[in-house]
Design a protein around this ligand. Structure first.
Ligand SMILES: [Zn+2]
Length: 270
């Protein structure tokens, strides 16, 4: 092989390897604004012989990923589904499936319109935040009202769009009577991972972990990996618990803005 071709191949391989290491948020336009919190959450560990995890799936808007919903049903895997009013309106069939299996599915609050519950005007990952305490209140209560109107029990947990908050918006949401649903393993990075990468994220789950992934992106490759990852967790013998079954969190640690890692944030840990 001529040297020029060898050099081109070397360059291509190394540039590709380098690109794979750059996180999507390396683009400054997509960086997370300073001072926001991404709370983490664990459930109580199970008995030694029965490790347990909580699977939480966001239904932000759009459609339903049947690959995931069918897997949950076929494998009898419990999951807590965070829905918005928008998703409820456009997915009546999936809503009735969720309603028909309260033993498997817990439905909790992901807000009314998928607006980040941040009480100052800014944009997060390209989405405009609520911008004021009044708008945060509308997003939270609008989501809860839609869940109740659809015939589900009143929600007790809230997870906002982008799962980011300010310390004051977290206090406000708690004062409205909701626990804030963080997570400990990001299973699909906003449904943007490839199938293999999402499956690998699920492999990281250990006793007490709370996984997050998305159930509203049927055209994304990530959903295939999430479905495979769920089956693999079950095959490993892990038990699945709903958030409502998990012991309530102890008093949260003092909340300090900034310097939280994307995968294992430490600012707020139960
Ligand atoms: Zn969402």
């Amino acid at each position: 092989m001529p040297w020029s071709r060898l050099f081109r191949r070397f360059l291509r391989c190394h540039l590709l390897a380098l690109a794979a290491l750059v996180p999507p948020c390396a683009n400054p336009a997509m960086a997370r604004p300073a001072g926001l919190l991404e709370p983490s959450l664990h459930v109580a560990p199970g008995a030694k012989a029965a490790p347990q995890v909580a699977v939480t799936l966001d239904a932000c808007m759009g459609q339903t990923d049947q690959r995931i919903l069918d897997t949950l049903l076929a494998e009898n895997i419990k999951a807590t589904i965070f829905v918005t009013a928008r998703w409820i309106r456009s997915n009546p069939q999936a809503v009735s499936v969720l309603k028909s299996r309260p033993d498997l599915f817990e439905v909790e609050n992901h807000g009314e319109n998928h607006v980040p519950p941040i009480d100052r005007p800014l944009s997060v990952y390209g989405i405009a935040a609520a911008g004021s305490p009044e708008a945060v209140a509308r997003e939270v209560s609008g989501g809860a009202e839609a869940i109740i109107a659809a015939g589900f029990p009143a929600p007790r947990w809230f997870r906002g769009a982008t799962a980011l908050y300010t310390p004051s918006s977290m206090a406000q949401i708690r004062a409205m009577g909701f626990e804030i649903a963080g997570f400990s393993i990001n299973g699909d990075s906003g449904s943007l991972l490839g199938a293999n990468a999402a499956e690998k994220q699920f492999e990281h789950a250990r006793d007490g972990d709370v996984l997050i992934a998305h159930i509203n992106q049927p055209t994304h490759a990530a959903g295939e990996g999430v479905a495979a990852g769920l089956k693999a967790l079950k095959a490993r013998g892990l038990r699945f618990v709903l958030l409502k079954e998990a012991p309530l969190p102890r008093s949260p640690a003092p909340e300090a803005p900034g310097s939280v890692s994307a995968l294992h944030p430490k600012a707020v840990s139960y």
